[in-house]
Design a protein around this ligand. Structure first.
Ligand SMILES: NC(=O)c1ccc[n+]([C@@H]2O[C@H](COP(=O)([O-])OP(=O)(O)OC[C@H]3O[C@@H](n4cnc5c(N)ncnc54)[C@H](OP(=O)(O)O)[C@@H]3O)[C@@H](O)[C@H]2O)c1
Length: 353
């Protein structure tokens, strides 16, 4: 049976989810409702024409309080407070909280307590969710009795976790240090400003196109939550002005010295086997734009692999920070939305749009 989702915040992530779900109506997800503070006709326009993804493959209309997508009506609400959205009117099972404004577990939970949904997936690293579930790393720890508000961490954590898991499972891994270079986000600024950003770092008010902007971020902790065997993980994060396509690099020490070919073979085998669809392997020389529209959490780049005689290892992957992450949000929405237990290994099948 299809899981009925509601999307709070119809921005980059919200509209990516709509595009993915609309392209694969048989994949077990129905977008039943959306909520945003913008007028409905503007939301329809934004879905129809996208500067990065192109024109929507199907009809999009705003009619009588509904967003009609490929002839299927979707309830459209316009509330600014999560607790005021009547999700139950639309029969919503799972809310994907994608405004970026409501990352706290307590606030997100009002989609359940006030709105009538059953579960919430916060589309970002969150404050005090019931569980952090990174697909392919620890999503099997989901407990329907205890976990109502869950977070998949961030797109960068998902990309790094896939490479870390392969190294950990095959060779052992410790002393992990990571870097993410993230494509521009909508909340960044065209010119220097002192206002508007919700984050507590003055560098994020600097002009996006002029700088590589470092950002202190604690996401390394979340890789350790997903893969506790790693111990402490260090994380650096840099914002760059490219519009889409991000980079993840991970270094550490394996239990024994390994060669470059051995590492790359392990990644290729994972991509063809247990992590199929979550990590992709791309032997061609790649740059960041090449990852656009890739639904995997990580596009592994074997040309980035380096090793040292004392067991040092460094690997590189790319990720479409919107598209891959939106697929993982749908994986999670389907997992938490199922009323019956999900068979082992079952998951949302990524659709290439
Ligand atoms: N974009 C990515 O690559 C990416 C990747 C992973 C995770 N995320 C996370 O996903 C979340 C959303 O990111 P995004 O890039 O999709 O942001 P976005 O494009 O700014 O989308 C957020 C949408 O929510 C709307 N909104 C703001 N306040 C609202 C409210 N009170 N009620 C209802 N709607 C509201 C915004 O409207 P206005 O524009 O009018 O404010 C906007 O349409 C963030 O937490 C982000 O960190 C993003």
């Amino acid at each position: 049976m299809s899981v009925r989702i509601g999307i709070n915040g119809f921005g980059r992530i919200g509209r990516s989810i709509m595009r993915i779900a609309a392209a694969a109506p048989q994949a077990g997800i129905t977008v039943a409702a959306i909520n945003d503070i913008a007028p409905l006709d503007r939301l329809a326009y934004a879905l129809k024409r996208d500067s990065l993804r192109g024109r929507f493959a199907g009809t999009v209309e705003a009619a009588r309080g509904r967003l009609v997508v490929a002839d299927r009506p979707v309830w459209a609400f316009r509330e600014s407070q999560p607790g005021r959205i009547p999700w139950s009117d639309a029969g919503v099972d799972v809310v994907i909280e994608a405004t970026g404004r409501f990352r706290s577990g307590d606030v997100a939970r009002t989609h359940i307590t006030h709105g009538g949904a059953r579960k919430v997936v916060i589309s970002a690293s969150a404050v005090d969710p019931d569980a952090v579930l990174v697909w392919g790393a620890n999503h099997h720890t989901y407990d329907p009795a205890r976990h109502d508000v869950v977070s998949p961490a961030s797109c960068g954590v998902n990309a790094l976790s896939m490479m870390a898991k392969v190294l950990l499972d095959r060779f052992g891994l410790r002393g992990v240090q990571t870097s993410v270079v993230l494509a521009a986000q909508g909340w960044q600024k065209i010119h220097d400003t002192t206002s508007g950003t919700s984050r507590d770092d003055p560098r994020l008010g600097r002009a996006t196109a002029e700088s590589i902007i470092p950002h202190d971020h604690v996401a390394g902790d979340l890789i350790s939550v997903a893969l506790p065997q790693l111990g402490d993980v260090r994380y650096s994060y840099y914002c760059v002005p490219t519009p889409i396509g991000s980079l993840a690099e991970l270094g550490g020490y394996t239990d024994r010295p390994v060669g470059v070919d051995e590492v790359n073979r392990a990644m290729a085998e994972a991509a063809a086997g247990p992590l199929r669809g979550l990590i992709d392997y791309e032997p061609d020389p790649t740059v960041s734009i090449d990852v656009r529209d890739n639904p995997a959490s990580c596009l592994f780049d074997p040309s980035g692999t380096q090793t040292t005689a004392d067991g040092g290892v460094k690997v590189r992957g790319w990720f479409d920070n919107e598209w891959g992450f939106s697929h993982r949000l749908l994986d999670l929405a389907r997992l938490v939305g199922e009323r019956e237990p999900v068979p082992a290994g079952a998951r949302y099948t990524p659709a290439v749009v």
